[in-house]
Write a protein that binds this ligand. Structure first.
Ligand code: GTP
Ligand code: MG
Length: 369
């Protein structure tokens, strides 16, 4: 809603809060600096003080900008975003490592130094994009926001260990996201592997294998030897075809921050998963409270790229600061508008921080009493 605290208004007017409160008192409005003013009162007092009112509601500006930046045109097929989940040590990263090594030309493989938890792989059945989890901050943030960045889940279960707490958690996430699950029964190379037992346990949790009359695809494989990993990729590609995933692939890009860091040499680096449109080098990108002109785009293999379309993860260099995983990213044509929104978001974050500090302080006082 269109309100402003006395304190914030005094800040914006570069006026002592007491002065503002005095002025309000003269107008018959009795407040403390923590009170909130409605739009009319705020406008009135600002005018009384001889200022001109520039009325910009944050939401309105954001909405206006975002509406103007909607990618337009026909939607085309896009690759699926597949999140790999499962219990600790069941072999998620090993599986992805194997897929990456098997599918990336030897020359490029040397470039895989920086491990980012998101990358695309070209297979015989089309391009697939994978996100590694857990502990993946991105996933937590995304879950919290209810954003559905994932089109499908590969649930990795070690055949020698069976269903564990994080396996259950992963099932819950996939169900909440309403996305298909493909079960990768891993470590089938081990002598004590019991893939049938995994199927049984999974069935008890509503994931009935296809060969038992259910709808869930199970693939028994080994990330270590690579045995049947190709079958898994085929299944994932098949499932994704059924989803008929589409996105507009041109126009101002819109995406989500899945990773971010401050790199000593390169400055703030954010990995963006593009959802719609196309992100170009030289675009002005707003990512959470940060913004900047994209200085370089780097793919997950360390190569500079000129642009990135739907479902593609790409590292962005050139932002003013480090956004958080889960933040929205959006190309804004006018740099001035991006800066304005960035400033507002920073201001808002600061106010929230101050409010939180105050609360903490108050609570501390009560504890001492
Ligand atoms: P977190 O990220 O910590 O949750 O673990 P993860 O699921 O990514 O497991 P990771 O890939 O790190 O593998 C854990 C251990 O299992 C490693 O020692 C792997 O070498 C081993 N491992 C993974 N896949 C297989 C497999 O198919 N067979 C055998 N024998 N070992 C495997
Ligand atoms: Mg891992």
């Amino acid at each position: 809603p269109d309100t402003i605290s006395v304190e914030e208004l005094s800040n914006r007017l570069a006026l002592k809060a007491t002065e503002l409160i005095k002025q309000l008192f003269k107008m018959g409005v009795m407040v403390t600096k923590n009170d909130t003013l409605d739009s009319d009162t705020a406008t009135l007092v600002v005018e009384e003080l001889g200022h001109k009112v520039k009325h910009v509601s944050e939401e309105a500006l954001e909405e206006e900008v975002l509406a103007a930046e909607k990618p337009q045109g026909e939607a085309v097929a896009r690759p699926p975003v597949v999140t790999v989940m499962g219990h600790v040590d069941h072999g998620k990263t090993s599986l992805l490592d194997y897929i990456r090594k098997a599918k990336v030309a030897a020359g490029e493989a040397g470039g895989i130094t920086q491990h980012i938890g998101a990358y695309h792989v070209d297979t015989d059945n089309g391009t697939l994009v994978f996100l590694d989890t857990p502990g993946h901050e991105a996933f937590t943030a995304m879950r919290a926001r209810g954003a559905q960045v994932t089109d499908m889940v590969i649930l990795v279960v070690a055949a020698d260990d069976g269903i564990k707490p994080q396996t259950m958690e992963a099932i819950d996430h996939a169900k909440a996201a309403e996305v298909p699950i493909v079960v990768a029964v891993n470590k089938c190379d081990l002598p004590d592997a019991e893939p049938e037992k995994v199927k049984q346990e999974m069935s008890q949790h509503g994931l009935i294998p296809e060969d038992w009359g259910g709808e869930t695809v199970f693939v028994n494989l080994s990330a270590k030897t690579g045995d049947r990993v190709d079958s898994l990729l085929e299944m994932v590609a098949l499932q994704s075809e059924l989803l008929e995933l589409q996105a507009v692939a041109e126009g101002p890009a819109q995406g989500i921050v899945i990773e971010s860091k401050l790199d000593r040499g390169r400055g703030p680096v954010a990995t963006i998963l593009v959802r719609e449109g196309r992100l170009h080098q030289g675009d002005v990108l707003l990512a959470g409270p940060e913004y900047g002109r994209v200085r370089a785009l780097v793919n997950e293999y360390g190569d500079n790229v000129e642009d990135a379309g739907p479902s593609m993860p790409v590292e962005v260099l050139g932002l003013s600061g480090v956004p958080e995983a889960g933040d929205d990213a959006q190309v804004v044509t006018e740099e001035r508008k991006a800066r304005e929104i960035s400033e507002m978001r920073h201001q808002r974050a600061k106010e929230q921080q101050i409010a939180a500090n105050k609360r903490a302080k108050l609570e501390g006082m009560f504890e001492q009493m």
